[in-house]
Design a protein around this ligand. Structure first.
Ligand SMILES: [Mg+2]
Length: 275
C-alpha cells in the first residue's frame, strides 16, 4: 500500500501534477466495492479531461451519491471537515506525541439545495512539534513525510482557510453555513488544542458544528458505534481509505446526503466556548 502511494506521488511529480490532486485521484480510485447506492454520473456537457489531469474537485463530484428531493434546510451550505493529525500507537516511548498536530485539512462546500460539492479547500499542514511523522501515523493515514514537508504551518493554513471562506462568499451577510464532522473531536478537541498550544485565536466560525452521528441516530434510531457502522445503517458505500482526511470527508458528505433524503432538516448539535 505504502509503496503504491509512493509510486503515485512519484508519478505525479514526474508529470507535474500537484501532489494533493494526485493523492486525491489515487485514493478516489481505490476500494470501490459493490454498493446499493449509485454514484452520480458526470454530466454529458462536461469537457473530457485526460485521466490524471482532473481536479480534486472533479474527483469529489464523481463519488457523490444520487440525491432525491429534500426539504429546505436552515443552512445555505454545509462545510464537511475531517482533520488528520500526528499520532503514535503509544508503544514506543520516543514516538509519543506531546500535542497532536493537524497535518491534513480538507473541507468541502456543499450546496444545500443541489447537494453538489461546489468547492474544496485542501491543504497538508507541516507539524512543528514532531516534524517527522511516526511510522504508525503514516500507516494509519497514508500521509507520507514528503507530503507535509515544506507545507505551511497551522497558523498559515488557518489564514488560507479564512481567505477561502471569504472567496467562497461564506462570510457574506445573510449566508448561513454549518460545519459537519463525524464526531466532536475535530472541532471540539483537536483544533482548540492546536490553537491553544501555538497561541492562535480559534476563528469564531469553528465554535459550532453538526456531529453527523446525531442526525444518523435521529433518522435510524441507531447511534453509530463507528464510522463504518454509520455508513452501514445509512446504506452508504464506503469510498477510499479510512483515516485519509479527504476520503473521510467524501464519505461524511455522502452520509449527510443520505440523511437529508430522509426528509431531515439539520441543526447544530454541538457548541464550544471560543476565546
Ligand atoms: Mg479522519
Amino acid at each position: 500500500m505504502l509503496l503504491s502511494v509512493s509510486r503515485s506521488v512519484f508519478l505525479c511529480r514526474s508529470v507535474g501534477i500537484p501532489q494533493f490532486i494526485c493523492h486525491a485521484r489515487f485514493l478516489t480510485n481505490r476500494s470501490r466495492s459493490k454498493s446499493a447506492r449509485p454514484a452520480l454520473k458526470p454530466t454529458k456537457k462536461e469537457p473530457k479531461v485526460p485521466v490524471g489531469r482532473k481536479s480534486a474537485l472533479d474527483a469529489l463530484r464523481e463519488i457523490e451519491i444520487a440525491q432525491k428531493p429534500t426539504p429546505k434546510q436552515l443552512f445555505d451550505y454545509f462545510l464537511v471537515l475531517d482533520f488528520e493529525a500526528t499520532c503514535d500507537d503509544g508503544s514506543i516511548v520516543d514516538e509519543k506525541v506531546e500535542v497532536q498536530e493537524i497535518i491534513e485539512f480538507p473541507v468541502v462546500k456543499i450546496n444545500s439545495n443541489t447537494w453538489k460539492t461546489e468547492a474544496l479547500f485542501y491543504h497538508y499542514v507541516r507539524p512543528q512539534v514532531h516534524p517527522t511523522l511516526s511510522a504508525f501515523c503514516t500507516k494509519l493515514t497514508g500521509i507520507l513525510q514528503p507530503m507535509v514537508e515544506n507545507q505551511p504551518d497551522i497558523k498559515e493554513v488557518l489564514k488560507k482557510f479564512d481567505t477561502w471562506m471569504l472567496k467562497e462568499g461564506l462570510l457574506d451577510d445573510g449566508v448561513k453555513f454549518a460545519f459537519v464532522t463525524y464526531g466532536d473531536w475535530d472541532l471540539g478537541k483537536l483544533l482548540p488544542r492546536n490553537c491553544a498550544y501555538f497561541n492562535i485565536p480559534v476563528p469564531a466560525y469553528f465554535k459550532e458544528w453538526i456531529n453527523i452521528k446525531r442526525p444518523v441516530s435521529d433518522v435510524t434510531g441507531i447511534y453509530p458505534r463507528s464510522f463504518f457502522h454509520a455508513l452501514q445503517v445509512m446504506n452508504v458505500e464506503h469510498i477510499g481509505r479510512h483515516h485519509s482526511g479527504l476520503d473521510d470527508v467524501k464519505n461524511t458528505a455522502n452520509l449527510l446526503r443520505a440523511v437529508a433524503e430522509k426528509d431531515y432538516v439539520f441543526q447544530i448539535t454541538q457548541w464550544t466556548a471560543v476565546n
